[in-house]
Design a protein around this ligand. Structure first.
Ligand SMILES: [Mg+2]
Length: 295
């Protein structure tokens, strides 16, 4: 993953009254102020709770993977079909072997337990305990991921995983993918940060070079991910820059590119505070509040 975006810890206390005002029908389910008075607010609590407990979350993953699967064989048959953005496609692809490209974190593997641990201990993302979580190799497959990838593999479509997990996590990641039931043809199926394409300038954690590497020998039928960067390079991570990057490919959503929801972290968040993670937590929070639309 690019970077687990730090969980913001607000200093405000949880208060049922705001939620009650927005959702009167849920008033009886609101905790009393006295019962939560000692619990510090955490901006990521609702997002992680939704991810882990809302059936809607699972249904969205299932419907997205099923939609992709229902279109996969038609894409396989159509030799004019390719899902790499123009910037990453330099090799003629009509007669290349078919492949699909998937992101790993929050696309096929569910790392929400890691974030749940952060919330419980009041911590923020850091590389050391993220690596420790990855090395536990206990992330579960997200709903529909195994069925889709196994379907692709059964039909002779190479399954590639591009992830920004650090190079020292390669072995643990491959093991976790296999344990979760996802097809792994070999170590080359996983392209982590340590996978370089000679002659291609790796810009930060952008995945462009790795997409190009796959594209040299494969026609890419579909890409699936939870971040814009899983599909194309976003050169300017602002609200306008993100829209501009995606504009040429809007028609590919739901046909060549399939996007999963991630309310817990992602490049959308720092775009709200000028990508300045060094900004104090409370100031970042204020900038996010300022970014809210009220009409
Ligand atoms: Mg991801």
């Amino acid at each position: 993953m690019t970077k687990f975006l730090p969980v913001l810890l607000g200093t405000l206390l949880l208060c049922g009254c705001a939620s009650e005002a927005q959702h009167p029908s849920l008033a009886s389910a609101q905790p009393t102020p006295a019962s939560v008075a000692t619990v510090a607010a955490d901006d990521n609590l609702n997002a992680v709770a939704w991810t882990q407990t809302a059936l809607e979350h699972d249904l969205i993953y299932q419907e997205t993977f099923r939609s992709a699967q229902s279109q996969l064989l038609a894409a396989l048959k159509d030799r004019n079909w390719d899902a790499l953005p123009a910037e990453d496609r330099s090799t003629p692809y009509k007669h290349l072997k078919p492949a699909v490209i998937l992101d790993i974190d929050e696309t096929v593997l569910d790392n929400s337990p890691y974030q749940a641990r952060l919330i419980r201990k009041g911590g923020e993302f850091n590389e050391a305990d993220w690596a420790a979580w990855c090395k536990e190799e206990r992330a579960r497959a997200l709903p529909g991921a195994v069925e889709f990838t196994q379907f692709a593999a059964r039909h002779g479509i190479a399954v590639f995983y591009i992830s920004n997990r650090a190079q020292d996590l390669d072995a643990a990641t491959l093991d976790n993918l296999r344990k979760a039931g996802l097809p792994v043809s070999g170590p080359e199926a996983f392209l982590g940060l340590g996978t370089l394409l000679p002659g291609c300038d790796q810009v930060g954690t952008e995945k462009s070079c790795r997409r190009q590497l796959i594209g040299q020998h494969h026609r890419v039928l579909m890409q699936l991910g939870d971040q814009l960067g899983d599909f194309l390079s976003v050169l300017t991570n602002t609200a306008a820059g993100r829209v501009q990057a995606m504009a040429p490919y809007k028609d590919w959503i739901g046909t060549r590119w399939f996007v999963f929801p991630n309310p817990t972290y992602g490049s959308w968040e720092p775009s709200l505070f000028n990508n300045e993670w060094s900004t104090p937590r409370e100031q970042r929070r204020q900038q996010k509040i300022q970014a809210l639309r009220v009409e």
